[in-house]
Design a binder for this molecule. Sequence first.
Ligand SMILES: Cc1cc2nc3c(=O)[nH]c(=O)nc-3n(C[C@H](O)[C@H](O)[C@H](O)COP(=O)(O)OP(=O)(O)OC[C@H]3O[C@@H](n4cnc5c(N)ncnc54)[C@H](O)[C@@H]3O)c2cc1C
Length: 398
Amino acid sequence: MNTATANRNNVNLHDVAIIGGGLVGASLALALQPAGLNVALVEPQPAAVTADGDWDSRIYAISPGNAAFLTRLGVWTRLDPQRVQRVETMVISGDRRDSRLQFSAYDAGLPELAYIVESSALQRAMLDMIAVEPGVCMLCPAQATGLAVMDDAARVTLADGSLLDAQLVVGTDGRDSLVRREAGIDAKISDYRQSGVVANFATEKPHHGSAFQWFFEDGILALLPLPGNRVSMVWSTSEEYTQTLLSLDAQALADRVAEASGGAVGMLQLMTPAAAFPLRLAKIARLVSARLALAGDAAHNVHPLAGQGVNLGFRDVRVLAEVLASRAPRQDCGDLALLRRYERARREDIAAIAMSTDALQKLFGSRSVLLSGVRNFGLGALNQLPVLKNLLIQHAVA
Ligand SMILES: Cc1cc2nc3c(=O)[nH]c(=O)nc-3n(C[C@H](O)[C@H](O)[C@H](O)COP(=O)(O)OP(=O)(O)OC[C@H]3O[C@@H](n4cnc5c(N)ncnc54)[C@H](O)[C@@H]3O)c2cc1C
């Protein structure tokens, strides 16, 4: 990043420039509107559209706390309720038949543990709102290629050579964040040497609102409920087994997943082709610097076994929007003291999720007989501890 005292002649000054219009960046643009902030949102790719009736194989388990946040933004009510599935129970199994941990919304006194929503539906709902929001200037397709911090603003250079000035630049540009790189913020990346293989299936038996997860020696299989007799799979597994799964034809893949899941929802029929996403852990040294903040995957990458990635990102947005809205009347959005409040408020949640998902991945990814005993014993023992189970649930639903 260049530190320059360039003059801003002929360049509009926004309060906030958000780089990256994925779910986190788009929700931030909307969340800043009640504070009356003037926002530019930069995104290279128009939103992907799924053909009518097709089910997106990128789905998210959204926590009730984040569903409430998206409701306050007006996004949730734009979703077709027929395509949103409540998760009422979660059944987690080890590699021994008797090692099982079950969470139930009813036992925890909650209406639901999570909601399953298609990524494209959430994205569409947000972008439709942004299109009619006078406080948001959406630049798409547009790509940030450079960043410089000046005395009174940060300046973003776009691929077409145009410039964008803002009091604050927020990098929501995903795991390979250009904003993070340009700001010189260190990222400690550990490759899990695994991918998350996703696909949707029609099921023979009803799932009754249950999410299932199996911890095997060589991976973690999750079947998340979709409306009707359908489930969405995330199978986090080695690079070699990913290639095996991707090479299977529709029937062979469905049979393989039905077998691995012990027939929990009966026979399966593939609805969407399988796709794979490489998995990694990224610990980011700082969330803020002068006139700059990071949020979403630009600020953290975690293993998807707990379905927390975008949930962490929405919690970043909730805090950042609150901090900016609470600034003093003439306080600049890029004020570092203000941004540090955001960083302090987010540190613990991010570290806790990164650490716990990493520890679980290692514990369950181990071939050691000792660790296998610990994990199987641990699941069964935890199942008998209602207080600890409730603590885990309270964290997951935030
Ligand atoms: C298999 C799998 C399953 C998952 N399941 C869950 C789940 O159930 N629940 C959950 O909470 N999370 C889940 N996650 C994690 C979740 O997918 C991510 O945390 C989330 O998508 C991050 O959103 P984001 O908006 O921060 O980043 P992204 O979705 O990566 O968006 C970044 C955006 O920035 C744009 N961009 C990039 N570079 C530039 C640039 N130079 N200029 C401008 N724009 C740019 C990109 O085009 C993109 O639109 C899962 C992840 C995987 C791999």
